[in-house]
Design a protein around this ligand. Sequence first.
Ligand code: SF4
Length: 346
Amino acid sequence: MDFDKVLREARHRAIDVWEAEFLMRKASTWDRVLELMRVASRVRDEVLGPRIKVMGFVASVTPCTVEPWCKYCFRWARRKLFAQRDVLEPWEIVEALRVVESMGVRSVELGGGTYLGEMGRLYTTNLVRYLCRELPRMGLWLNNGPSYRPSDLALMKGWGLAGAACNFETLDERKYIVLRPGLKLRDRIEIVDECDRIGLWIDQTLLIGLGDNGAPNYSEWAWFLHRLMKYRFLKIVEIHPFRPTWGSPCENDAPGSIVETLKAMAVARLMLRDVEISGAQTPQGILAGASLVMHVLPVTRAFRAWGRSEVFASKMIRVVNDVVVVDNLDEYTRPAREMGLSVEPL
Ligand code: SF4
């Protein structure tokens, strides 16, 4: 295979799994990384148009009851996360999302911990029914792991749910056994397969560097993306570097590589073509073919309030009690606007 020839062909057709692995492996110098990203950006503009989309995020909508905790969970660093006191009341979510809606955002992901068993299922389905009724114009996506059964998805779609994220992060069963001992990969696959079967939009996440201690795993990443090609209702793909959380059993592992993450994003664009790839809040993400900013105007309790700039004070809108909306819309869309892309709601 020839690097330049594969990229030339990628302008006009989806690359296959072998070409994906080849491109990631061979993009090992700065000029080849730039060339890969240039083609990915071109394909994004030609397939989707020169624009990015934005959507919001709420956390947390459910507590996490998984035992033992996943070994890289943020909870190891901050015990309050995904605990009951982190969870927003349903009416608080409605109040905050009315503010988000008034600022022009039309879709939002409801992020939460995995709330297992019948309690989690009842809570999640009731929450979705209530929010769909109260926010009929907002596209609501559910992202709280397998906190419900696959058979509940059709019901929730009927109430108006737009999409669901039940993230694999890896498709390596052995990594699940070691790193996510309280969860089963199969449960997640069943939910995503059911989304596709009934026509509910899918958001899916790949973690770069999970369980590999810094070594690139091109084959796994290429086959992960290849697996996603089979979903007709795949709409959003997120590719993030693994972060070894403070205080977690993984804290001494190497973090996932930023460069490998960008290469995987560019290759995802060349494979999956018309899906929304998140990461367009950074100049590097835009150059790698990203088309979506997922976390504009995050809604959260004030102690969490992620989405703030690490460098300067982001504006916070206090909605009710200690619930805030972080107003990062301008800063998160600025790189795209400064690079000639328009900004639209998802
Ligand atoms: S399911 Fe999510 S919130 Fe729960 S322990 Fe695992 S990573 Fe943490």
